[in-house]
Ligand binder design. Structure first.
Ligand SMILES: [Zn+2]
Length: 384
């Protein structure tokens, strides 16, 4: 049997009390003691510590069954914040999240990416300025997570494959030297999937399609994103969909990226070219034949891609990313019907759904990495 020291038990109790309040807004001391099977003095001790550290606060009184009113406790969501930054070719989004994963503030800056010292300095200055403007205390910032279209080393410190932004080899120290906070990189598609998991905590297995300007993907098994042996799990964008097809930025031909990304749908490559998603769907919804044809062609390729993945992992398939908010139930029905016609194993019930959050999914997911760490290691920073 595993043995725990007294300190281990104290740490666990402290963390359990916090987590109970975190998941049961407004609770009394007695309800915590009952639920966690702890003595009242033990609960009191941990409540006092949590109050002292500003992690929880009192919020009025609760009516109890025996008539006496009890003090209600709730967590302080702003006791710590995490910052997520989505870096794209032409802009970046900075999002500040509280401990419940709600966006407190966000800002979009039109700073084009370049792999150069002045860019890292400029972006860092923007972030520091934003923290000041929002009057966030430095000590409350858990960290800053930078999400990029690229694969990230296991220690989150380097970009090991960054062809879209041409930044392979980039080190997090480029930002760290200007920012006095913990920093890390995260793969953007995994961030989008992380947001989905946060909003959908019972999700067990899923294939997540990030239908961004560039395609991305993530594999969720047992409620966890699987990065794989070398960080390449879920890189569905480079699976061949059309042998000898269109050229992909990876150097190969016919990758899913060339048929299922938002750029593949838009004329002139939307993230830098003429047509953007708003303009495309405005024209399509106004009845333009040209856009309608392109949309059907896009959905047909997407159905083929989803069906291929569904053969490998028989799970839910979630469609998220920049394009998902423009899709509706009819589009999902079309995809399902198309797959039924073309698959070896038609399924009557759909396994497709759209991502829950409609905007800032990548910046949100990046910030969630620090929040998850904080919640998992709550007792670690305390002097026991
Ligand atoms: Zn490719």
């Amino acid at each position: 049997m595993e043995k725990f020291s007294l300190t281990d038990i104290k740490k666990m109790n402290y963390s359990d009390v916090y987590h109970y309040i975190y998941s049961n807004d407004k609770c009394s001391k007695q309800s915590i003691a009952n639920a966690l099977q702890m003595s009242l003095p033990t609960v009191t001790q941990h409540l006092n510590m949590l109050l002292q550290e500003g992690f929880i606060e009192t919020c009025g009184q609760l009516q109890s069954q025996i008539g006496r009113k009890a003090v209600a406790y709730t967590i302080t969501p702003s006791a710590r914040v995490s910052i997520g930054v989505e870096i794209l070719k032409n802009k970046l989004t900075i999002a500040v999240l509280d401990l419940y994963g709600h966006i407190w503030f966000q800002k979009i800056c039109r700073i084009p990416f370049r792999d150069s010292a002045d860019y890292f300095k400029e972006v860092s200055t923007e972030i520091r300025q934003f923290i000041l403007e929002q009057e966030i205390e430095s000590k409350n910032v858990l960290g800053i997570a930078f999400a990029l279209q690229g694969l990230v080393s296991q220690d989150s410190r380097n970009i090991i494959y960054g062809k879209i932004l041409d930044c392979t080899g980039l080190s997090i120290s480029s930002f760290e030297e200007h920012l006095d906070y913990p920093c890390r990189f995260v793969h953007d598609a995994e961030c989008a999937a992380m947001t989905e998991l946060w909003d959908h905590p019972k999700l067990s297995h899923a294939v997540y399609f990030s239908l961004g300007y560039h395609l991305g993907g993530a594999i969720i098994i047992n409620g966890e994103i699987q990065s794989g042996r070398t960080g390449r799990s879920g890189t569905i964008e480079h699976m061949t969909l059309v042998p000898g097809g269109l050229p992909c930025y990876c150097g190969q031909m016919g990758c899913m990226e060339c048929y299922c990304s938002a750029n593949a749908l838009l004329a002139g490559n939307g993230d830098s070219g003429n047509e953007d998603l708003d303009a495309f769907f405005e024209a399509k919804n106004a009845g333009s034949r040209e856009q309608e044809d392109r949309w059907v062609r896009y959905l047909n390729y997407l159905a083929m891609a989803i069906n291929n993945l569904h053969m490998v992992i028989d799970s839910e398939v979630i469609l998220g990313g920049h394009l998902a908010p423009y899709m509706n139930e009819q589009d999902l029905e079309y995809l399902h019907a198309r797959m039924q016609k073309t698959t070896a194993f038609p399924e009557a019930d759909t396994f497709l759904s759209l991502g829950k959050r409609k905007s800032s999914t990548v910046a949100t997911g990046a910030a969630l990495y620090y929040i998850k760490d904080f919640l998992q290691n709550l007792s670690g920073g305390h002097d026991w």
